[in-house]
Ligand binder design. Structure first.
Ligand code: AMP
Length: 121
């Protein structure tokens, strides 16, 4: 599958549509989900063009991978939902059976309340 340069997160990265930014560095951008499923619902995306986790692990540089996963924990701290502040859930949907809607790798970060059982229906 080829990366779609016009997906919504690619447009956010290009500055073509706005986002409510939480954190940004050379490698990642984090912003609030437009349709929050929990009290706090953030997204973290790499700046590189990767469709999903499998594409990322196969094609990204080790530095990009390291910085991406470090950023998830960093954003949790910025949002004050880290392990010592109650905790959170992070997940990434991958392709059709994973329910992925936006074809640019993203991790969801849910918190600010007890987020409940891991998988519903
Ligand atoms: P997924 O189903 O894992 O691909 O999740 C895509 C997520 O992107 C959903 O939770 C959407 O609410 C969110 N989303 C879609 N468009 C935007 C946007 N413009 N800004 C922020 N979040 C968005």
């Amino acid at each position: 599958m080829k990366y779609d340069n016009d997906n919504i997160f690619a447009k956010i990265l290009k500055g073509e549509i706005p986002c409510k930014k939480i954190f940004e560095n050379e490698f990642v951008l984090s912003f609030y989900d437009i349709n929050p499923q929990k009290k706090i619902h953030a997204l973290i995306i790499p700046k590189g063009s990767y469709i999903d986790l499998d594409d990322f692990i196969k094609n990204a540089k080790e530095k990009e991978i390291l910085e991406f996963f470090k950023a998830i924990s960093h954003v949790a701290k910025l949002l004050k939902i880290s392990n010592i502040e109650g905790g959170y859930r992070t997940l990434s949907n991958i392709a059709k059976n994973g329910g992925q809607e936006v074809p640019h790798l993203h991790f969801h970060l849910f918190g600010g309340e007890n987020v409940g059982k891991m998988v519903s229906n």
